[in-house]
Design a protein around this ligand. Structure first.
Ligand code: ZN
Length: 114
């Protein structure tokens, strides 16, 4: 089994995996915090690192039919949300190729400097 070096984000405001503390996204990648995941509040995010894309599937969500794929932390395998691959509704197209990340699965890194 090949061991991959986890990616590190250059931003000082980072959210990491609650299970293994690998970097997942930076604060500036968050598009919206007003989203709902499978387990509760979630963020819409434009860019993530250290994630593995799962199988593509059609999923009926509150906002209509979407083609999505689950995303998991590539280090510990915890499922952290999903990626929007395709949205059927015109009004939902802006979400395509963005990610939903469950708030409960990520934590702020303590290196935040103000
Ligand atoms: Zn992890």
């Amino acid at each position: 089994m090949g061991k991959r070096q986890p990616a590190y984000l250059p931003d000082s405001r980072i959210y990491s995996c609650t299970t293994c503390h690998s970097h997942l996204l930076s604060h500036q990648s968050i598009v919206s915090k007003a989203f709902q995941g499978r387990y509760g509040p979630a963020y819409l995010v434009s860019h993530v690192v250290n994630v593995t894309l799962g199988t593509k599937e059609e999923r009926m969500l509150l906002t209509g039919m979407h083609t999505v794929a689950d995303i998991s932390c590539s280090v510990c395998g915890t499922r952290i949300g999903w990626k929007y691959l395709c949205a059927l509704e015109e009004s939902q197209k802006y979400k395509e190729s963005k990610y939903i990340v469950e708030k409960a699965k990520i934590a702020k890194e303590v290196m935040w400097d103000f």
